[in-house]
Design a protein around this ligand. Sequence first.
Ligand code: GRF
Length: 201
Amino acid sequence: MRRVAVFVSGGGSNMVALLDDMAVPGHAAMPCVVLANRADAGGLARATERGVPTVVVDHRPHGPDRAAFEAAISEALTPFAPDLICLAGFMRKLTAGFTDQWAGRMINIHPSLLPKYKGLNTHARALEAGDAVHGCTVHEVTAALDDGPILGQARIPVLAGDTPQTLAARVLEQEHLLYPAVLRRFAAGDRTPLFLDNTKT
Ligand code: GRF
C-alpha cells in the first residue's frame, strides 16, 4: 500500500477527490497526511473530516529561504513516512533540492494543457489566445515549473461566451476525474499517460 502525502494551500477540492477515491477498497494507495503551507487552508478541515492527519508548515517564517521551508516540510513529513506526494492546489514553488529528492514520486495537477500556459491565469490566457480546446494536466514535478513528464490530460471545448470563471469551473470538474484516475495508475507503478477527451460531446 503506497502512502500518499497531499499538499494543499487552499480549498483542496482536488485533495478531496483524491482522498475519496483512495477510500475505495482495492486502491493501491492510502493518504498518510495532508500538509498545508497556511493554517487557514480550507483543505485542512476537509482532511480532518475524512480522518486524515494534517500538518501545517507555514512558509512565511522562512522568508525567501526556500531551502529552510523545504527542510521544515521534510521534517514534518518524516513521522508519516510518505512514499508519494500529490500537490493539489499547492501554491509554493519547490526548488531542485526538494524536487530531486522526490523525483519520480511527486505529481501535480495544473489547469492547462501543458506545455501550454505554464504558471498562473491559465484560463484567461487560453481565452485571450482564442483556443478552441483547453483542459488540465497531471505531471511529474521537476525543478522547472509545470514542466515534468505528463501522466494525464483532460480536454474540454471552449464555449462561446466562456469567461475565465466558467472555463475554470469546467476544467476543475475534469481535474476531479483526471487526478484520481492518474494517481490510481501512478500508485500501481504504471506511468502510461491517460487522456480524457470531452471535445467530441
Ligand atoms: C486548481 O485550479 C488546480 O488546477 C490548481 O489549484 C487550483 C485549486 O485547486 N492546482 P483545489 O480546489 O485547491 O484543489
